[in-house]
Every structure is written in C-alpha cells, then in structure tokens.
Design a protein around this ligand. Structure first.
Ligand code: PEP
Length: 253
C-alpha cells in the first residue's frame, strides 16, 4: 500500500507568535504546490492559534506537542484535546522522548492521550524509541515492542487511518547523530510488522515516521527506505529553508 509521506516539524520550546508568523510567511511559498507529501507544523501552545490562522487556506496542517487525556477539570497548566481542535489542530505529538524522560510520561499515559485525541477527531503522532544504553545492550526491538504495545493500548483497527507512529532513537534526537538508513529501516520494518499483527490490514495505512537529526543532507536517503513514511524533524525544522528542503526530499522519494 502506498502511504503519503508526512513531514512534521517539532519546534519544541522555540518561537514566539511573531516568529511563528514569520516562519509561515517564509515557508508557505516554498512548499506551495508541492504534491505527494503532507506537511505538519507543531509550534509551542502559545503560537497555535496565530500559526493556525497563518496556515489557513494552505495545505499545511497544525499540530500540538502534547495534550492532556482528560476532557476538562482541575488540571492546572494542561490543555485538552477539544481545546486543541478549537484552535485548528489536526494532529498532536504524544510520548515524545523528552516528555517521557523529563516529565515521567509512561506508556499508559501516552495511550490515554492518543485515545483522547482520536475520540476528539484529532490524529496522534505516537513517539517511541530506545536509548543508547538499550541499543548497546541489544534491546532495541524488545524496547520498541513494549512501547508500541503499551502506547497503543486500547486503539482499534478503526483508528488506524488517523494514527501516526514516530520511531525516534533517543540517542539521535538533537545530537546530530542520525541512524543510518539501514539501521532505521530495520526498526521501521519491525514496527510495520507489529502494526500488521496488531491491526491487520488496516495497519498498512499507519505512517511510521523517522525522527532523530533528520536534515536536508540525510532526508532523501532515510525517506528512500521502504518502511520510512516521513519524518519528525526538530532542529532542521526551525528555519523555513531547511524544513522546505526536507519536505522536497519527501516529495521526490
Ligand atoms: C524531535 O524532537 O522529535 C527530533 C527528532 O529532534 P531533532 O531533529 O533535532 O533530532
């Protein structure tokens, strides 16, 4: 099955409202008319509304970087899925390794967030990946399998079309150290098989993104791998030119 490549920019805690608007003004002309790729921008929560307005009328979609699994209530500092939909989000990243390691997010939390998003009509980008220590102990596939199993708990085949998975080896995030295309493909192939076992043929529609120091000079080789269906891009997504170059590589792949 052919899956439309998805390129998602994770800006993390970068960019004010003015900077997000300036990015859109520089970026949109560079990707206007780019066929065969879906593009998503995930700014900090404070810039969601303004960036959503700047993207209106374009094919570029808006994503949050996190969500709370509850619908409303006494959860100071948190944002619910319906609130993200309200400002124009189509996607939300859940289970990013920074949230897992810095804020103690567990697989059960990630799964609850993914279910809340799907119930609200939003698409979760579920992140997972092994640490360097786990890789060196030859535990990459078992760690990824456990994270997939836990983070997708309660999701059904009917959700598959709206689900995105991002494999992000922790040792490659923000380090400049990218997985080789072959190393990434090995894990992506494993994830693809897992999704087939879990969701049957519906699992074929789930895009599996690679994340970890993807940039203009390595994107084409990564995206040429049969089971890499796009990228989750941090550092190289902060400048319109470099992220547009990555998006163009995906359109060609
Ligand atoms: C990320 O934050 O998801 C990421 C992949 O970051 P970077 O591209 O900077 O490694």
């Amino acid at each position: 099955m052919s899956r439309i490549p998805l390129l998602a920019a994770n800006w993390k805690m970068h960019k004010t409202v003015a900077e997000a608007r300036a990015f859109a003004a520089g970026f949109l002309p560079q990707v206007a008319g780019l066929a065969g790729v879906e593009i998503v921008l995930a700014p900090p929560a404070t810039a969601l509304q303004a960036l959503g307005e700047a993207l209106a009328g374009s094919a570029v979609a808006l994503s949050a970087q996190n969500v709370n699994a509850e619908a409303s209530g006494a959860f100071t500092g948190e944002v619910a899925a319906a609130m993200l939909a309200d400002v124009g989000c189509r996607y939300a990243i859940v289970g990013h390794s920074e949230r897992r390691t810095l804020y103690g997010e567990r697989d059960t939390d990630v799964a609850a967030k993914a279910r809340a998003l799907l119930a609200t009509g939003l698409r979760p980008i579920v992140c997972l990946g092994e640490t360097l220590e786990e890789r060196e102990a030859d535990r990459t596939l078992s760690v990824c399998e456990a994270q997939l199993d836990g983070s997708l708990a309660g999701l059904e085949a009917g959700h598959a079309e709206d689900l995105v998975v991002a494999y992000e080896p922790v040792w490659a995030i923000g380090t400049g150290r990218t997985a080789t295309p072959e190393t990434a493909q090995e894990v992506h192939g494993f994830i693809r098989r897992f999704l087939g076992q879990r969701f049957g043929s519906a699992g074929d529609s789930i895009r599996v993104l690679y994340g970890g120091s993807m940039k203009p000079d390595n994107a084409a080789d990564l995206l040429a791998q049969p089971d890499i269906d796009g990228g989750l891009v941090g550092g190289a997504s902060l400048e319109p030119e470099s992220f547009a170059m990555v998006c163009r590589s995906a359109a060609k792949a």
